[in-house]
Design a binder for this molecule. Structure first.
Ligand SMILES: [Zn+2]
Length: 404
């Protein structure tokens, strides 16, 4: 038996009493109740369903099955009750009414004033989207649409919903063709929009509240515009205003100066980064010459070994690279430790004859570590369980094995 839809006539009906026709259980074990009439809106037409209570039992979602409307429940209802008291989550429903009517207005403006047709609508939990049949949207046109939509809101125009037959339908310039052939419900904002729609809307455009376009992006050859309306817009404004206020306090400036102050700081950061890079380079040059002075140039295989603490391995690797590039016969054996963690870098110049991968593999068991590399550069990581002197002793003897 078809459920009578009360929300089609009155979107403001928050509580009602109805007869329980039957209860059922879905394949996944969820109970549902069917009433003779309901004001609960079932999922459809881009609008999410209502939630609420039936006799104090939570209604988690509401779906249409043919002409029947099913209220899915947290638990089964007491079947001995002849009349069921129903209550809708009004805050959620009114939010849907604001978003839905806001979409009608925004789509009408994009269509009639800017020649951009809406081909899809989605109402999300925090933002809504419409897809426009255009390839790009400029900042100016988006702003123009937003302003025009808000001026329609402020005109506080009547939003009517009525059922029409096919003959009546011909009198109106419809925005889109109806998806049903009978019981066609037309939503009318006089002079603005004539739209076949089964959703819930407020009675005047003023109740939609502020319409705010949040952004847009290319989506499958069209433009997807994100927006929100009413309390959602106000809530977003409150959140963003608070954040901006805190940023302004942090910068000790006014909110409207935050952007220019941030850009200035970004420029300063770039300058500091460049200075830091140049100082680091000069430091490494200095270290290369210091380490070079320790080399025994008379030796057949000069080796430089050094331990660093709390220094990033990336830097150590760079230093090893620079030393062996400057002193091409030399082998550099560096370790850097942080607490009990240790990293080893073994590098050799182009005129050295060792094998760094083999050298490293000989000492890895000593640090219970792992690592790898090739003949000219190898790197390992492990735990510093032995005194560093012992580690260097083993590294040096491993170098002489590999050059023997
Ligand atoms: Zn609608």
């Amino acid at each position: 038996m078809a459920t009578k839809r009360l929300c089609d006539q009155d979107s403001y009906l928050k509580e009602f009493t109805a007869k329980l026709l039957r209860q059922g259980c879905d394949e996944d074990g969820t109970f549902y109740a069917v009433l003779d009439e309901t004001a609960f809106y079932p999922t459809g037409g881009g609008q999410p369903c209502d939630t609420g209570f039936l006799d104090g039992v939570r209604v988690t979602h509401v779906e249409k099955d043919g002409d029947e409307i099913r209220h899915y429940l947290a638990q089964k209802l007491d079947e001995s009750r002849s009349a069921i008291h129903a209550k809708i989550d009004w805050e959620r429903r009114f939010d849907h009414m604001q978003q839905h009517a806001g979409q009608h207005i925004l789509s009408a403006v994009f269509d009639d004033r800017l020649g951009m047709r809406t081909i899809a609508f989605h109402m999300g939990t925090d933002r809504c989207t419409i897809d426009l049949d255009i390839a790009e949207l400029s900042e100016e046109l988006a702003e123009e649409a937003e302003t025009m939509a808000n001026s329609i809101v402020l005109q506080n125009l009547l939003i009517q919903a009525k059922f029409v037959d096919h003959e009546d339908l011909l009198r109106y310039h419809l925005r889109k063709a109806p998806s049903v052939t009978e019981n066609i419900r037309l939503v009318i904002i006089e002079g603005i929009d004539y739209n076949p729609c089964g959703g819930t809307h407020p009675v005047r455009t003023g109740e939609v509240g502020p319409i705010k376009i949040l952004g847009w992006e290319a989506h499958r050859g069209h433009i997807r515009v994100s927006f929100n309306c009413g309390w959602r817009s106000l809530s977003l404004f409150k959140d963003e205003h608070r954040e901006l206020g805190q940023l302004a306090l942090l910068y000790n400036t006014r909110p409207e100066m935050v952007l220019s102050r941030t850009r200035k700081l970004e420029d300063q950061l770039k300058t500091w980064e460049n200075e830091c890079k140049s100082l680091r380079n000069r430091l490494i040059d200095f270290e290369v010459s210091q380490l070079g002075s320790l080399l025994n140039e008379e030796s057949k295989n000069p080796v430089v070994a050094k331990r660093f603490e709390e220094r990033p391995v990336k830097e150590i690797r760079e230093l090893a690279g620079r030393v062996t590039k400057t002193y091409t016969r030399c082998t550099a054996l560096f370790i850097t430790s942080s607490g009990e963690n240790v990293q080893i870098v073994c590098a050799q110049g182009s005129d050295a004859r060792g094998d760094m991968k083999r050298t490293l593999s000989e000492v890895l068991p000593l640090i219970h570590g792992k690592g790898g590399g090739d003949a000219s550069l190898a790197q390992g990581v492990g735990k510093l369980d032995v005194p560093p002197e012992k580690l260097f002793e083993r590294l040096k003897s491993a170098v002489s094995h590999s050059t023997a």
